[in-house]
Design a protein around this ligand. Structure first.
Ligand code: NAD
Ligand code: WQD
Length: 343
């Protein structure tokens, strides 16, 4: 079976994807510098799959160390590139760090893929490239216009997509699939792997579960005066395990020569928009746990509403994100409880 190089494979989405790949029989080599993850994640993966992925603690920007990885595993057939810094607020404070890490990593990777004859790359992009789509483009299809990024982080995703397109144009051997994720949430049903936010979570779900666990005093709901049915913002929350499975489909598509274009783009979402208040209510219903919250002012830079049209991924990849919201939120809570037990 083919070997897949998973950069950032110790992280949230990368670890779930590694599990799905290994369960389908793929060999996986993870490269991660552990800047936003913990080596114990490998134990979680091993406990679920019954086998440990190969691992190299390497920074993707370190050309020599990455060269060594490609030399050690000459059977790599595809790369899934998750490794990146991803905190939107931090990227505004430290833009150079974000440009260096996220863009430098991709360039190094593409150079080494070419050198070692590895033709296939799946890239972690984001719905952030669409900004706030106008009403005609909701739900958002892949053909919706790309809008000027609102943060250096978002800009790195746009630039990386362009780098991949330019390189594919120059090198007919390169195949790429750009996956634009909507809002990944939840954890593996085993609660052996999940999201590990460092410090105060910026994203909704980790803040919800930490508040329910008593780590945070109350959830702040950022705005209830938006032009949405209940006034709070709407997103497309996709279960991380469903998202992970889409990566397996993407890899399969490239390795079996089914790609219709050299660079293909897929939106990965459920097609269902949920408001912040719907998430809060469902979480309370599903878990029965008290979740103190307060409505506060809007958060600067927030998009009012965005959700995916996942038809292309459904039809072409034969993939669907159909885990019920209740199950997803239950998995997030189970993971939070598991983290508390470990302490
Ligand atoms: P994460 O931080 O949990 O995982 C990223 C991993 O990459 C971490 O383990 C980190 O240690 C590693 N890493 C970072 N820079 C590295 C480098 N230079 N060399 C080696 N390893 C490095 O994040 P995630 O949520 O799993 O996100 C994975 C990818 O998906 C990222 O590219 C992110 O931008 C993208 N994405 C995430 C979301 C989201 O909401 N989580 C949404 C859209 C896109
Ligand atoms: C979701 C909703 C908040 C926290 C960000 C990045 C985006 C992508 C995913 C990678 C919003 C509300 C949140 C809280 C709240 N990442 N909220 N109280 O903003 O959709 O996207 O992560 O590519 O690029 O921008 O996700 O989880 O931060 O917020 O009310 O304490 O929850 O206002 O409506 P977002 P999020």
């Amino acid at each position: 079976m083919s070997r897949i190089l998973v950069t950032g494979g110790a992280g949230y989405i990368g670890s779930h994807t590694t599990v799905e790949l290994m369960q389908q029989g793929y060999k996986v080599t993870i490269v991660d510098n552990l800047s936003n993850s913990n080596i114990n994640v490998l134990d979680g993966i091993e406990a679920i799959v019954g086998q440990r992925p190969d691992f190299a603690q390497v920074d993707c920007n370190d050309q020599a160390a990455m060269e060594q990885v490609f030399a050690t595993y000459p059977d790599i057939e595809a790369v899934i590139h998750f490794a990146a810094s991803k905190a939107v607020g931090e990227s505004v404070e430290k833009p150079l760090l974000y440009y260096r890490n996220n863009i430098g990593s991709l360039i190094t990777l593409l150079e080494l893929m070419k050198k070692h004859g590895v033709r296939n790359i799946v890239f972690s992009s984001s719905c952030t490239v669409y900004g706030q789509p106008d009403a005609d483009h909701l739900p958002v299809g892949e053909d919706a216009p790309i809008q000027k990024a609102l943060s250096p982080y978002g800009n790195t995703k746009q630039i990386n997509e362009e780098i991949i397109r330019d390189e594919a144009h120059a090198d007919a051997n390169l195949q790429a699939i750009l996956l634009r994720y909507f809002n990944p949430i939840g954890a593996h049903p085993s609660a052996l792997i999940g999201e590990l936010p460092l410090g105060v979570p910026q994203n909704l779900l980790p803040f919800v579960t930490q508040t329910a666990a008593g780590i945070r005093k109350e959830l702040k709901v950022f705005g209830d005066d938006y032009n949405t049915p209940d006034g709070s913002c709407i997103r497309d929350y996709i279960y991380v395990v469903d998202l992970a499975k889409a990566h397996v489909k993407a890899v399969e598509r490239m390795l079996t020569g089914k790609s219709a274009e050299q660079v293909e783009v897929f939106n990965l979402g459920t097609g269902r928009g949920l408001s912040v208040l719907e998430i809060v209510r469902t979480f309370i219903e599903v878990t029965g746990v008290n979740l103190p919250y307060q409505i506060v002012g809007r958060r600067e830079g927030d998009i009012e509403q965005v959700w995916a049209n996942p038809k292309k991924a459904n039809d072409v990849l034969g993939w669907r994100a159909d885990t019920p919201t209740a199950d997803i939120l239950a998995s997030a809570w189970k993971w939070q409880c598991h983290l508390a037990d470990k302490k």
